[in-house]
Each structure stands twice: as structure tokens, then as C-alpha cells.
Design a protein around this ligand. Structure first.
Ligand SMILES: [Zn+2]
Length: 239
């Protein structure tokens, strides 16, 4: 009788410990999902409650507004994206999912669309949800060039404002990135710069750019109508 009593006592203690462990883990999870600015959970509004879903899937999730730069189809259903996010800068992301999910995201993840995305880091960045906010007035060609020139994972609030809220201008974008065209001269002849080669980080004039062997399609045209620097001060502000 005494042995059975001890056994029940130990079993009760064990159950309490298991319950405590689960509760603490669930609490940590909810604090991480709701309390930190880095993590956010969309499960809250879903039927069935967020507790089970977040508890079962403690994968780190991130939310940011983003502008889609490029989209490359992968196979029949998936796609790879270059996106510039407000919180994390430029990053690559992919969607790998069923046809249903892909069609759900269609329209929310097209080049030029400003969207709110949710993504997880699992074997690379996987975009799991997107909601279109607006569309930036930037041509597909300029979006592709931006995809090539922007540095990876460097958030830049000034650049974000520029791309999402102002008329697009390469002069302004290059100035923010540290290559102000106002003072730029041709790397070959010292003449007025007209083109920027991102790979070389150099400007060239209309005449010398042809000697570089680069196709103009892959180059950035800068606005030569902006007044040159006089005593270090431009007559016009960069648009
Ligand atoms: Zn030149």
C-alpha cells in the first residue's frame, strides 16, 4: 500500500513538472512572437487560436513592407524574388508552395508592387504571405537595375522613402547610395558623366561608354541636365 502511495506521489510530481515545462515554453513562445519587434505572428486571428500553431511551429517569422524588384519563375509553381524591404534592405526570397498558395500571392508579389510580406528563414528565405499596398512608379528595367545595384541586407530608410513615395530618379538613388552624379566626371576623359557602371562603380561620358564594351541596357543613365557643381554647391538640388 505504501509503495503504491509513493508511486502515485512520484507520478503526480512528474505530471506537474511536465505541465510546468510546457507552460513555460508556451509563454516564452508567445512573448517572442508578440513582444519582440523582430518577430511577429499572424496566427492570432486564425480559427483554432495562435497558441497551438505557434507552439507547434516555433520558426522565426518576420514582417516588413517591401518593394518587389524582380521575379524569376522556378519550375511551374515556384518563384524566386529580389525584394527591397523597409526593415532589412535588399534580400532574396522564394515562394515554394502549392498552386493554391501561389495563386493567392499572385498580384501581391509582382515587380513594382509595394507589399507587406511575411517570411520565414528555413533553408533560405521563404515568403509565406504578401498583401499589396500600392504600386511604385518604376519601370521593370529600372527595377532590374536596382536589383543588381542595391547592397544585400542593408536597411536604408531614406532609400525606402525615395523608392516608395517619390517620383523615381536615378540621380537621387545614386546620391543616397554614395555615388552623387552631380560631381561625377567621365573616368576615361574627365568629361561630363552620362552613364554609371555599377560593377566598376565608375561614371562615363556618352562617347567613352561605348569603349567599355558594356551594353547600354545594363548601365544606368544619369541626368546630365543637372547643373554642375560650382564651388562644391550644385545649382539644382538632386531631383
Ligand atoms: Zn569620356
Amino acid at each position: 500500500m505504501r509503495t503504491i502511495g509513493i508511486y502515485l506521489h512520484v507520478e503526480f510530481l512528474f505530471s506537474v513538472m511536465v505541465w510546468l515545462g510546457r507552460t513555460i515554453r508556451a509563454l516564452c513562445n508567445s512573448v517572442r512572437k508578440y513582444g519582440s519587434s523582430a518577430g511577429a505572428c499572424f496566427c492570432a486571428g486564425e480559427r483554432g487560436g495562435w497558441r497551438k500553431k505557434c507552439y507547434d511551429n516555433p520558426m522565426e517569422e518576420y514582417v516588413s513592407e517591401a518593394i518587389v524588384l524582380t521575379k524569376d519563375p522556378v519550375g511551374e509553381r515556384d518563384a524566386r524574388y529580389a525584394i527591397f524591404t523597409e526593415r532589412f534592405g535588399k534580400m532574396a526570397g522564394r515562394t515554394t508552395s502549392s498552386r493554391k498558395i501561389t495563386s493567392k500571392l499572385a498580384g501581391h508579389l509582382e515587380p513594382g508592387v509595394v507589399t507587406k510580406i511575411r517570411f520565414v528563414e528555413t533553408h533560405g528565405t521563404r515568403i509565406v504571405d504578401a498583401l499589396k499596398i500600392s504600386r511604385a512608379d518604376i519601370s521593370p528595367h529600372d527595377l532590374t537595375l536596382l536589383g543588381g545595384i542595391l547592397p544585400e541586407m542593408q536597411a536604408d530608410s531614406e532609400l525606402w522613402e525615395l523608392l516608395t513615395k517619390k517620383p523615381f530618379s536615378w540621380n537621387a538613388v545614386l546620391a543616397v547610395l554614395g555615388w552623387d552624379p552631380r560631381s561625377a566626371i567621365c573616368a576615361a576623359c574627365g568629361g561630363r558623366a552620362a552613364w554609371f557602371i555599377a560593377q566598376h562603380q565608375e561614371f562615363f561620358c556618352d562617347r567613352c561608354v561605348s569603349k567599355t564594351g558594356k551594353s547600354k541596357v545594363s548601365l544606368i543613365k544619369v541626368d546630365v541636365s543637372v547643373a554642375p557643381l560650382k564651388n562644391g554647391v550644385s545649382e539644382e538640388r538632386v531631383r
